[in-house]
Design a binder for this molecule. Structure first.
Ligand SMILES: C[S@@+](CC[C@H](N)C(=O)[O-])C[C@H]1O[C@@H](n2cnc3c(N)ncnc32)[C@H](O)[C@@H]1O
Length: 281
């Protein structure tokens, strides 16, 4: 039977150009999230015997770290992008990991073995579901009773300097609308009350949101940062519909913004992240 995919648009995006860009810049993505990921690991979410599911694992740094921490357990990373998964497998093999697997699957509908996992984690891979209750019910069914989730997601756009700067640069005089609440995208799980209702509605309890405010690092200098950020999905998405002149102008604005955020530690922007934790009842 072929693997079911409900998020067809996302599968096309992440399975195509977007996923290829993430694969090419896997090291840059990992480095940009370094401080945030360190905060996640500091919370000590993974026990040695855990069976961990990583939702939207991308090139798999989070899955591979989970596998190292769950040394008597295992880690399974699922993602929509074959190219990122291939990179994840290549890195896991180079690192000699034997308790990690990667699978192309839509976490919203994949038939996970029921009550198999102790913990579902995600590093910015759980905000793209077309049907959030269905997706989180599916993830809940993969967890054993008492199992947990630990998800990193972006807080509201206005509190994320890096997203605001990208939006302002790419607006090119347009009044860009904010996506509707809950819509698939960076801010889909930004509202604490909504997240609590969503998760308790599908069988989780003890829902907690912890705020991390850490710098995003985009490169050693503005040129390096532009080589990376100039091609990320949000930049491409926001520049759709601009003519050539307006697009070039928007990219110049982005370059200038990157230059103005150069520091001795590289190009850095503020970010605001939720760590969402909850337990399956
Ligand atoms: C922002 S990237 C994060 C990748 C990775 N977790 C990291 O931190 O480098 C989001 C990832 O979620 C994946 N994704 C989005 N929707 C998904 C779904 N329904 N099922 C599985 N993966 C999904 C995408 O393919 C993409 O790799």
């Amino acid at each position: 039977m072929s693997e079911p995919i409900a998020n067809v648009d996302m599968a096309n995006a992440w399975g195509g150009e977007e996923g290829d860009q993430w694969t090419q810049f896997a090291d840059e993505y990992d480095t940009s999230l370094r401080s945030i990921w360190a905060r996640f690991l500091e919370t000590d979410p993974i026990a040695p015997a855990d069976r961990v599911l990583d939702i939207g694992c991308g090139s798999g740094q989070s899955t591979r770290d989970a596998a190292r921490l769950a040394r008597d357990g295992s880690a399974l990373g699922v993602d929509l992008s074959e190219s990122m998964l291939a990179e994840a497998r290549r890195r896991a093999s180079t690192e000699g990991l034997t308790n990690v697997e990667f699978l192309r699957a839509d976490a919203q509908v994949h038939a996970f073995d029921t009550a198999t996992f102790d913990l579902a984690i995600s590093r910015f891979g759980s905000m793209f579901f077309s049907d959030r209750p269905a997706a989180f019910a599916n993830i809940a069914s993969a967890l054993r009773p008492g199992g947990g989730v630990a998800l990193l997601v972006w807080q509201a756009t206005a509190g994320n300097e890096w997203i605001m700067v990208v939006r302002e640069s790419m607006a090119a005089g347009r009044d860009l609308p904010m996506p509707p609440p809950g819509a698939p995208g960076p801010a889909a799980l930004a509202d604490p009350d909504d997240v609590e209702a969503l998760l308790t509605g599908v069988g989780f309890e003890a829902v907690e949101l912890t705020s991390f405010e850490e710098p995003m690092w985009f490169g050693a200098d503005a040129d390096a940062a532009y080589a990376f950020v100039g091609g990320i999905g949000i930049v491409k998405g926001l520049s759709e519909g601009l003519d050539e002149v307006a697009r070039a102008d928007a990219h110049e604005k982005l370059k200038a913004a990157l230059r103005s955020h150069e520091t001795p530690e590289g190009v850095r922007f503020g970010s605001a992240v939720w760590l969402i934790t909850a337990r399956k009842s």
